[in-house]
Design a protein around this ligand. Structure first.
Ligand SMILES: NC(=O)c1ccc[n+]([C@@H]2O[C@H](COP(=O)([O-])OP(=O)(O)OC[C@H]3O[C@@H](n4cnc5c(N)ncnc54)[C@H](OP(=O)(O)O)[C@@H]3O)[C@@H](O)[C@H]2O)c1
Length: 379
């Protein structure tokens, strides 16, 4: 672990490097699609805090200015049509530079757009550093994809070029990568909660792993829906996906990468708050082990991680992480069951923050640039 003197030297060096980058080339030109959306608003907020991303284009389909759809932003930003952004991106890449492309679009739309962009950009597409926030490229096994999404993928050949964007488990693959599929919000929570125990061989694959997740309303996106209508959501709580949740497929994939299988039983709930996910995982142990030993395994797995904390006492709540890129977790063992409670902000560690963390790794910037560890304190 670094001393505080070493940390402040490292921070000063990072800042100096950021300023040098900005002076050198005005940072990485960045093109965002879906700019009026929920996660795009969060990405734009984080962009304002980032020393080396230079937002060149914010694409919306409607004529609504960002000052109306994203009034929390401090910097005034003009929006453009997709055609205008596509031309600006082509010009940028034709000059030999890299450019960041962030797709904050509904499932199915981002792969359609990226397919079209690839055709338009030709070999210059190789210099585009793409992060997709949708589910389009998260699953590389066609059968697993079809079972989770109920249809064959329209661009499956490209999925294998995408690195799965969970930095805690994919850091090396993300460094220097040019394509990243950012994980789902629940998928981030269930993987961070289960993988240390699973990869340490502690869990029984035959008995069900019970995953109960509660999400805030921002997980449903910006368009008003009956389930996000304030008088119905406020003070209310309900379960959905009783027969299984799509995000289980991302955990199934992460287990398969290590030759493991599990019987996953996830039930998602809609909670009466805007930001955040609370997950309680009840995981069957395959041997007798005490809580201190399990905690040590989790502490070892996440000890050097900037954005995952393992609590020594108590249990995490949403207030602890709202607005931050941190996930916070606690473990407990009773008999044959390991319980992991985990919270994260679906908009940040479960969405735009994690996408930015991946982008930093892809662009060889310090991983923490633009990302807050501190939460808001009030959510
Ligand atoms: N919200 C979360 O917590 C969360 C977390 C992780 C991942 N994700 C994923 O991230 C993506 C964006 O989520 P979000 O919550 O930001 O969604 P959102 O608020 O619904 O925003 C989606 C944006 O995409 C645009 N859009 C909608 N339909 C479109 C279409 N048919 N063609 C082109 N553009 C379209 C919309 O533009 P207009 O404004 O022009 O209609 C909107 O700005 C989704 O794939 C979602 O599953 C969300």
């Amino acid at each position: 672990m670094k001393s505080s003197a070493e940390s402040s030297v490292a921070n000063a060096a990072s800042l100096a490097r950021a300023r040098a980058l900005q002076a050198q080339d005005n940072g990485t030109p960045t093109f965002l699609w879906g700019a009026g959306g929920m996660l795009a608003g969060e990405f734009l907020r984080l962009c304002e805090l980032h020393p080396a991303l230079n937002l060149r284009a914010a694409v919306v389909r409607s004529k609504t200015p960002l000052s109306e759809s994203q009034p929390h932003l401090a910097d005034a930003r003009a929006t453009v049509s997709s055609e205008e952004a596509e031309s600006a991106l082509a010009d940028s890449l034709a000059g030999g530079a890299r450019a960041a492309v962030v797709l904050a679009l509904p499932h199915g739309e981002s792969s359609g757009l990226w397919k079209r962009l690839r055709a338009k950009l030709g070999s210059d597409a190789e210099r585009a550093i793409v992060v997709d926030l949708a589910a389009d490229y998260r699953i590389s096994d066609p059968r697993l994809y079809a079972s989770a999404y109920g249809a064959a993928h329209a661009d499956m050949g490209e999925a294998e070029n995408f690195v799965y964007g969970l930095p805690e488990y994919q850091r090396e693959a993300l460094q220097g990568a040019t394509r990243c599929a950012a994980p789902g919000c629940f998928a981030t929570a269930i993987q961070l909660a289960t993988l240390p125990a699973a990869y340490a061989g502690l869990l029984d694959s035959e008995r069900p792993w019970i995953l109960n997740g509660i999400t805030g309303s921002s997980g449903s996106g910006n368009a008003p829906k009956p389930g996000t209508h304030h008088p119905h959501r406020h003070g209310n709580l309900w379960a959905y996906s009783l027969d299984g949740h799509r995000h289980e497929a991302e955990l199934t994939q992460a287990l398969a990468w290590r030759g493991q299988v599990a019987s996953l039983h996830m039930v998602a709930h809609s909670g009466p708050f805007a930001r955040g996910i609370h997950l309680t995982a009840a995981l069957p142990l395959n041997r007798s082990i005490d809580a201190l030993e399990v905690r040590a395994i989790y502490a070892e797995a996440y000890g050097t991680e900037p954005f995952v904390e393992v609590l020594e006492t108590g249990a995490p709540d949403i207030r602890r992480v709202a607005g931050s890129n941190r996930a916070s977790l606690a473990v407990s063992v009773r008999g044959e069951v390991l319980t992991v409670a985990l919270t994260l902000d679906n908009m940040v560690k479960g969405g735009a923050g994690q996408a930015l963390q991946c982008l930093n790794l892809m662009l060889d910037y310090p991983e923490t640039w633009g990302l807050a560890r501190a939460g808001l304190g009030v959510c």
